[in-house]
Design a protein around this ligand. Structure first.
Ligand code: SF4
Length: 244
């Protein structure tokens, strides 16, 4: 029986919950969320470091090393599907960590959720297998810029970004910490020619005050360059908390 490795919430339960999508093209939409554990990258500002920062081999700005046992839970796909269906939502957002690291078990899960719309949040470096890909209604791809601390050869995989640039289901969302980061986005946009209306810039921040301050200089940059802007609605509503 296939198993998925999920992140846990504060009570140690798997991080499966209903909420409003906080970012990107579906912002504000009521959805079910499932957060999978593990990531192949190591963004210094990652707000879900509890999905991967289990030892000192990779760095994170907070310096917190999470206990793997209490932050990961392995569950049968049947159990996961039942928990998702209990939430009564039509759309499932699969997030992480990097959820496509578990594309095999995800394919088994999606067979048990034939009527749900599927949205996948990915860092854009890992390929979905064909059984998963055929079920995806929307990819939210977040390629990581230099300020994430990841080497470009790990974070920006040409073949993957070419795939997403040509797929009308894919939206690309860049996390922006300072105005100069937008120059990197412009260079990537020239290289990959992402579809118009499919590129979002989103301020980096895990509190409302930081997001608002950065939005002040990011909004004019979006206007100037024709990019869409994303907020982080869940941070304003609930703060930087698990299960939201
Ligand atoms: S890719 Fe996403 S989950 Fe992985 S370290 Fe970066 S922000 Fe965190």
């Amino acid at each position: 029986m296939a198993k998925l490795v999920l992140a846990t919430d504060d009570s140690g339960e798997p991080e499966i919950f209903a909420s409003l999508q906080g970012e990107g093209p579906s912002l504000g939409m009521p959805v079910a969320f499932m957060r999978l554990s593990r990531c192949n990258l190591a963004c210094t500002w990652c707000d879900t470091a509890y999905t991967w920062h289990f030892d000192k081999s990779r760095e994170h700005r907070d310096g917190i090393i999470f206990d793997r046992k209490s932050n990961q839970l392995s569950l049968n796909v049947e159990d996961v599907a039942a928990r998702i269906l209990e939430l009564g939502q039509n759309r499932l957002v699969i997030t992480g960590g990097e959820p496509l690291l578990q594309t095999g078990a995800l394919a088994d899960l999606l067979k048990l959720l034939p009527d749900m719309e599927i949205e996948i949040e990915t860092n854009g470096t890992v390929k979905a297998n064909s059984h998963v890909d055929i079920r995806v209604d929307q990819y939210n791809v977040s390629p990581k810029l230099a300020h994430s601390g990841n080497p470009a050869e790990l974070a920006l995989i040409e073949e993957r970004l070419d795939f997403y640039a040509s797929d009308p289901r894919a939206y690309v969302k860049f996390v922006i910490a300072q105005p100069d980061d937008v120059n990197e986005v412009l260079a990537l946009n020239t290289q990959y020619r992402f579809k118009k209306g499919h590129v979002f810039l989103m301020p980096e921040g895990t509190d409302s005050e930081t997001l608002r301050k950065r939005a002040e200089w990011l909004a004019p940059l979006c206007l100037e360059h024709g990019f869409r802007m994303s907020d982080r609605l869940h941070i304003h509503l609930y703060g930087d908390e698990r299960g939201t």
